[in-house]
Design a protein around this ligand. Structure first.
Ligand code: CP
Length: 336
């Protein structure tokens, strides 16, 4: 049974702070319902006849596939538009492109660099716009992560959720703010030079004060991971920062998720999450290149942890689709 449906019709999904705690939790509840229906073969064509534009300025496996499959399951038609397919901001302004797309499509997903672009699409298109990742936020990832936490622990409130690694990337920002919004004990454990921006920490603290959550930013690994229910990490170098590998490896090696860190949590039930892709072995050309240049066979997470019973990363990846479906259905569908 779903809680009373919040009024989300027509709303864009750009970042966690745009939603109340109840609205954010509703997306997760709806995703659980849609996931259960899909497993039981019950169709849910809440977007029958709709057309959805999927704008990708960057490559993607999970987000693109999740939006595509979610659209089709909901009865909508997805149209993929890659960086060389349209003129977004190059030969046509974002405002003009948004107005054109809004005349033809019922909803727009955007993955790119500047957060301003997704805000402008939402401002000018007249249809719901969904953020598939910008330099600042990755909110559809947060929903999938929290659904995975809820599946494992039954609740989100009070969960000791620890993100280790680069504490100022889009995933860290989203988890910090999202965790505070839903009442988690959320911690960022990273080198001081990679602490989240002050305004993000302040925002998270304000939200935690309302939700009963807690926010900790620390560079001390022992302190940061003690008692953790969830250990989460992301790549040490984000797309576009590849020239910083040597510096990042030196800075972040003490924050690698390995079995020693898992033991330090003192919690046998601790789960490991990663938004993926992860560098945990030498099965990629990228990983081999790093190994040749820097001698590292694994980076932010060891293969042992990645393949251990603590790891829920493939459930988490699957949950991208169920949660993205919930966002589209709630903001564009005709849910009773
Ligand atoms: N986690 C994530 O956003 O994956 P993709 O880059 O494959 O979409």
């Amino acid at each position: 049974m779903l809680a009373a449906t919040p009024k989300l019709q027509g709303k864009s999904f750009l970042c966690e702070k745009d939603f109340s705690r109840e609205e954010f939790l509703y997306f997760i509840e709806l995703a659980m319902k849609l996931k259960d229906e899909k497993k039981r073969g019950i169709t849910h064509r809440h977007l029958e006849g709709k057309n959805i534009a999927l704008l990708f300025e960057k490559p993607s496996t999970r987000t693109r596939c999740a939006f595509t499959v979610a659209c089709i399951d909901l009865g909508a038609h997805p149209e993929y538009l890659g960086k060389d397919d349209i003129q977004l901001g190059k030969k046509e302004s974002i405002e003009d492109t948004a107005k054109v797309l809004g005349r033809m499509f019922d909803g727009i997903e955007f993955r790119g660099f500047e957060h301003k672009k997704v805000e402008m699409l939402a401002q000018h298109s007249g249809v719901p716009v969904w953020n598939g990742l910008t330099d600042q936020w990755h909110p559809t990832q947060t929903l999938a992560d929290f659904l995975t936490v809820k599946e494992n622990f039954g609740h989100l409130e009070g969960i000791q959720f620890v993100y280790v690694g680069d504490g100022r990337n889009n995933v860290a920002n989203s988890l910090l703010v999202g965790g505070a919004l839903v009442g988690m004990d959320v911690r960022i454990c990273s080198p001081e030079s990679l602490f989240p921006a002050e305004e993000i920490v302040e925002l998270a603290k304000e939200l935690a004060a309302k939700s009963g959550g807690n926010v900790t930013i620390t560079s001390n690994v022992d302190e940061g991971v003690a008692g953790a229910d969830v250990i989460y990490t992301d790549v040490w170098v984000s797309m576009g920062e590849e020239d910083q590998f040597a510096e990042r490896i030196a800075l972040l090696s003490p924050y690698q998720v390995n079995m020693d860190m898992i033991r330090k949590t003192g919690n046998e039930q601790v789960i490991f999450l990663h938004c993926l892709p992860a560098f945990h072995d030498l099965e990629t050309s990228y990983g081999k290149d790093i190994y040749d240049k820097h001698g590292l066979p694994e980076m932010e997470v060891t293969n042992e942890v990645f393949r251990s019973e603590h790891s829920k990363v493939f459930d988490q990846a699957e949950n991208r689709m169920h949660t993205i479906k919930a966002v589209m259905a709630a903001t564009l569908g005709n849910l009773k």
